[in-house]
Design a binder for this molecule. Sequence first.
Ligand SMILES: Cc1ncc(COP(=O)(O)O)c(C=O)c1O
Length: 396
Amino acid sequence: MPNQFDIEIDRRAVPALKTHNIVLGEGGENLFPAGVADMDFLAPPPVRKAMQVRLDHGVFGYETVPNALMPALTGWMHSRHGWEINPSHILRSPNVLNTLAIAASIFTEAGDGVIVQPPVFFDFYDILQENGREILRNPLILQDGRYTMDFAGLERLAARPNAKMIYLCNPHNPVGRVWAHAELRMLGDICARHNVLVVSDEIHGDITFEGHAYTPFASLGPAYADNAITCLSPAKSFNIAACCSAIAVVSNDARRKAFQVENSRLTVNKNNAFASAAMTAAYADGGPWLDEALEYLAGNVALVRAALAPLDAVQMIEPDGTFLLWLDFRAMGLMPEELTRFLREKAGWAVTRGQAFGVEGEGFARLNIACTRAKLKAALTQLTAALSNFKTETTK
Ligand SMILES: Cc1ncc(COP(=O)(O)O)c(C=O)c1O
């Protein structure tokens, strides 16, 4: 039997963002579509089956949350990540970005500062700008090919009178760090000292590679949980971004109440029947599928590592987790827009330009490796050829 992840699915059969010209741009239909952060793989069989069963029921009137959803979620978090969540602390939300936005809008005020650690997921900036919050930037430190947090910088920013919140990305999109226990503790202690609320986006938490365990920030202990809003979602782990909703875990009673009031005010408290079915099945029965997907992704990382190792022009930042690889092209000496053009026009790659994640991302690109190995292999051959031509041209 062929490996299920080797099956090529035509994403253009539906209006998938990754292959749409909204993302690929005019004339981009033949590019290697590796920008948008979802997987090209079929969703886990138990998820598809649960959705089919729900479809076959045939009545789609208003619904509440299925009884099995919360035990499936808490069971998953406990067995997989050692985090005991009190079910009464869980709130549903439409998606993770919406949770981040609501958290900023109810727990900070216009002009307040929210700390981010670039290079970081570009939507963080958009949300904060659109909500009129000051973006307090604490860039990560890149040393010997590995990113770490600048704790001294964090302490300085957190001490500012208007610093009220931090958007933590755990694991970190795009640099692939799965933050270690000790790092999260340091961050949590600094934030607690300065009354900075930790809003932790943990959407990539399930996707980690050997030797790197994801630590939910709130699992560090009750005091950390009390100062946290955790955003969870099965969207990335099970490739169901278009048919699931998200989860906010809020331990602090007053903050949870405030969240509920805001959700009610915005009427974002409806339940989608297919999201409920997909999420319940994913958390209850998706584990074996995810294990296989992680093995396949690790194989794809190994492929990229081997292909890029002999090349001087590009360095792969070794990922602890996520299916997003952060590639360092700074040795090419190109301006950011020139690099974007080179990757698109010479290598045929539609990847996410590094500068979208902040100025720290200039000279980098984010490559999504959650595609078939054959497709990735072809894309790497294209890149190698393009870099070889580039080298010949620049040494003429
Ligand atoms: C770190 C991070 N947070 C949030 C999202 C989007 O989450 P949602 O679709 O639930 O809003 C993404 C998607 O790429 C992401 O990488």
